[in-house]
Design a protein around this ligand. Structure first.
Ligand code: NAP
Ligand code: GLV
Length: 306
C-alpha cells in the first residue's frame, strides 16, 4: 500500500515519519510531481496537480476538520474524503470559546486597561442570563463548545441544518428557525463548515438580528463573516465587540482594519490546532478500517460540502 503526504505550507517530514511508525506495512512518502500512483493520500490544501496525477486514490485524509479548501478542487472519482473528527481539537475549541465568552462577559479587557493605568475600580456584576450564547453549527466541535459554555451556566442555544435534541441546549434548525435563533442570541459563535450555504452568513442583515450589544466569536472560517458589515455594526454601537480567529485572507494583510479596531480581539487561526500524534493515530486507524471495508467516522459528503 502506498501513501502520499501532500501539504501546502506545512512541513511534511514529521508526518511522514509518524505515519511510517503507525503504518509500518505501507510505503509512505512526501509527494513530488510525477510520483507513482498511491492508494491513499494525507493532505492539507494540496495543489490541483497532485489530485490530477493521482486519479486512483481510494482515500484522501484531510489533516483538519474543515474541508473547504480541498472541496474547491477536482477530486479523483472514487476517492472517499475523510476529515479529522475531534482528534483533540474539540477541547481546544471549548477552552478558546469559553475564554472569549468569559473575557467579554466579565469585562476583563476593561479591568486590564484599568490596572495598566493604576486604577482599582469595580464594574457592576452582569447577569449571566442576559448573555445567551448561540452556537451556529452543532457538529463535533459545536456540541463540545455548547457543553463547555453550559458548565458556566450561560443560556446556550444552537443552530444546525437538521433538528437536534441536546441536553441543556435550546436547539434550532434550518433556515426557517434561523431568525428566532439569532433574535434569542447575544453572543454568537460560528462553528459552521464553509459551504456555499454558509458563506457570508455573518452579514449586516443577520448580525442586526442579534440581541442588543451582541458579540461575535468566529472560529470557523473567515469567509463566514462580511468584514465591512462587522466593522459598521461595531462602529455604530449595534455590536459590542468580536473575537476573530479566522480571516478571509490569512495571514491577515497588514493594512486590514481589524488589526487596529479597539473592539476586535484576534488570534492567528489557532483556536483548535491539529495535534500531529493524535491525528496520525486517527488517520492510521481509519485508513486500515477503510481498507478492510469497515465504516469510519468523519467521511465527508462531498455534495453537501462537509
Ligand atoms: P461538523 O461536525 O461537520 O459540524 C458542522 C455543523 O454545522 C453541523 O451541526 C451541521 O448541521 C452544521 N451546518 C452545516 N451547514 C449548515 C447550514 N447550512 N445551516 C445550519 N447548520 C449547518 O464540523 P466540526 O468538526 O464541528 O467543524 C466545524 C468547522 O470548524 C470546520 O468546518 C472548520 O471550518 C472549523 N474549524 C476551525 C478551526 C480553527 O482553528 N479555527 C479548527 C477546526 C475546525 P447538521 O448537524 O444538521 O449536519
Ligand atoms: C482548522 O481550521 C481545521 O479545519 O481543522
Amino acid at each position: 500500500m502506498r501513501i502520499h503526504v501532500c501539504f501546502a505550507d506545512l512541513k511534511t517530514e514529521p508526518w511522514v515519519e509518524g505515519l511510517r511508525s503507525a503504518l509500518p506495512q505501507a510505503e509512505i512518502q512526501a509527494w513530488t510531481p510525477g510520483a507513482a500512483q498511491a492508494d491513499h493520500a494525507v493532505v492539507w490544501a494540496p495543489p490541483q496537480q497532485f489530485l490530477d496525477e493521482q486519479p486512483r486514490l481510494k482515500g484522501i485524509f484531510n489533516i483538519g476538520a474543515g474541508v473547504d479548501a480541498l472541496l474547491k478542487l477536482r477530486l479523483p472519482p472514487e476517492a472517499v474524503v475523510v476529515r479529522i473528527d475531534d482528534g483533540g481539537m474539540a477541547v481546544q475549541m471549548a477552552e478558546f470559546v469559553c475564554h472569549a465568552v468569559i473575557r467579554h462577559f466579565r469585562e476583563l479587557d476593561g479591568y486590564e486597561a484599568d490596572v495598566k493605568q493604576g486604577k482599582w475600580s469595580f464594574r457592576r456584576p452582569r447577569e449571566r442570563s442576559d448573555f445567551p450564547v448561540g452556537i451556529m453549527g452543532l457538529g463535533v466541535l459545536g456540541q463540545r463548545v455548547a457543553r463547555a459554555v453550559g458548565h458556566f451556566e450561560f443560556p446556550v442555544l444552537g443552530w444546525s441544518r437538521m433538528p437536534k435534541a441536546l441536553p441543556k441546549v435550546r436547539c434550532f434548525a434550518g433556515d426557517g428557525q434561523f431568525g428566532d435563533f439569532l433574535a434569542a442570541t447575544r453572543i454568537l459563535v460560528c462553528l459552521l463548515p464553509l459551504t456555499p450555504g454558509t458563506q457570508g452568513i455573518m452579514n449586516a442583515k443577520n448580525l442586526s438580528r442579534l440581541k442588543p450589544d451582541g458579540y461575535v466569536i468566529n472560529v470557523a472560517r473567515g469567509a463566514h463573516l462580511v468584514d465591512d458589515d462587522l466593522i459598521a455594526l461595531l462602529d455604530s454601537g449595534r455590536l459590542a465587540g468580536a473575537t476573530l480567529d479566522v480571516f478571509q485572507t490569512e495571514p491577515l494583510p497588514p493594512e486590514h482594519p481589524f488589526w487596529r479596531h479597539p473592539r476586535i480581539a484576534m488570534t492567528p487561526h489557532t483556536s483548535a490546532r491539529t495535534l500531529r500524534d493524535e491525528s496520525i493515530a486517527q488517520i492510521a486507524g481509519k485508513l486500515l478500517a477503510l481498507e478492510r471495508g469497515e465504516p469510519i467516522a468523519g467521511v465527508v459528503d462531498v455534495e453537501r460540502g462537509y
